[in-house]
Design a protein around this ligand. Structure first.
Ligand SMILES: Nc1ncnc2c1ncn2[C@@H]1O[C@H](COP(=O)(O)OP(=O)(O)O)[C@@H](O)[C@H]1O
Ligand SMILES: [Mg+2]
Length: 307
């Protein structure tokens, strides 16, 4: 408790924030009353989620809160039981996954989505081909292949993998594989990028690299991410939605949700083990929401709470 790190929440992050008077068109994604039931078990329970255009929006909450299920609903990997999903103002609830991906909602898949025995460059080329389509005409021209290669190298350079282009994916260290995974997602040029635990299982350096990368790619798009590492959440999120038992428990910037007694309680109740198991967790038993404590950073019991 005594040696608290400087508050990451105080960073001047928020040039992009729209402010309280946001209108509907400021939101790239809006869900209304989103529900997912599994044989009577309600995994997602009436979620209203609004993602502002250009923001990095974090979805956090204890294990089993429904975060991944939410993602699966947004990409239509799962069919919602009830509720609506709007993207850029259009109701996309009834659309199939491919259509939604084509609209620009793309989820970065878990590491298995990278073809392990292909080179880094080929992985990117495949993703780019997916984006461009595989029309006959496209393949007729050598020049379009060259352009594909140029674009692939450009992308690799943007994420700092250019020197590893010829490497077989599986031979890269874990952190770089995750970067490659993000790069293959970027190749699809998503307007809204969904990241499910992008820093999972990473050490400090890789976490920092991914944080920078997310910030960098967010300059041109909106990002919704599930993230457990509170250093990352505090460091780069503009808005945070806290889910618990399938419902929204709190929402706001980091300082706001960190000071919310319900959030603290939710993490106390079921999360101590999860927090303690974070890569950066410290030896002493963490106060559930303190930065040091497995990075729940500034999230500590607030005395003069905000609400
Ligand atoms: N396909 C499924 N069938 C039944 N229950 C599921 C299914 N997927 C998720 N659940 C349940 O829904 C709840 C939310 O899960 P999940 O969205 O994975 O949570 P989180 O990602 O926040 O940890 C959990 O209780 C989980 O067991
Ligand atoms: Mg999950």
């Amino acid at each position: 408790m005594s040696e608290r790190k400087p508050s990451l929440a105080a960073r001047p992050s928020v040039a992009r924030r729209v402010g309280a008077g946001a209108t509907a068109s400021d939101y790239i994604l809006e869900t209304t009353g989103l529900v997912k039931e599994f044989k009577g078990f309600v995994a997602v329970s009436g979620v209203d989620l609004k993602v502002r255009r250009g923001e990095i929006h974090a979805l956090i909450g204890p294990n089993g809160a429904g975060k991944t299920t939410c993602f699966n609903l947004l990409t239509k990997f799962l069919e919602p039981t009830r509720g609506t999903i709007r993207f850029n103002g259009t109701d996309i609830t009834g659309e199939p996954p491919q259509r939604i991906a084509r609209r620009g909602i793309v989820r970065s898949f878990q590491i298995s989505a990278v073809f392990p025995h292909l080179t880094v460059l080929d992985n990117i080329r495949i993703a780019l081909q997916q984006k461009l389509g595989t029309s006959f005409h496209f393949w007729k021209s050598e020049r379009s292949l060259d352009r594909l290669n140029d674009r692939a190298m450009e992308l690799l350079t943007a994420v700092g993998l250019e020197r590893h282009a010829a490497m077989v994916a599986i031979e890269m260290p874990y952190g770089r594989k995750r970067v490659l995974e993000i790069a293959t997602t970027l190749a699809l040029d998503p307007e809204l990028m969904l990241l499910d635990e992008p820093t999972q299982g990473m050490g400090h350096e890789d976490v920092d690299r991914i944080m920078q990368l997310i910030k960098q790619v967010a300059a041109k798009r909106s990002i919704l991410m599930v993230e457990h590492n509170m250093k990352v959440v505090a460091g780069i999120s503009d808005t945070i939605t806290v889910l618990a038992r399938g419902a929204v428990l709190a929402e706001g910037n980091y300082a706001t949700v960190a000071a919310d007694p319900q959030v603290i309680e939710a993490y106390m109740g079921s999360e101590a083990s999860e927090l303690a198991s974070l890569p950066q967790a410290h030896h002493h038993p963490p106060s559930p929401l303190s930065v040091e404590a497995g990075d729940f950073g500034v999230l500590r019991p607030a005395t003069g709470a905000v609400r």
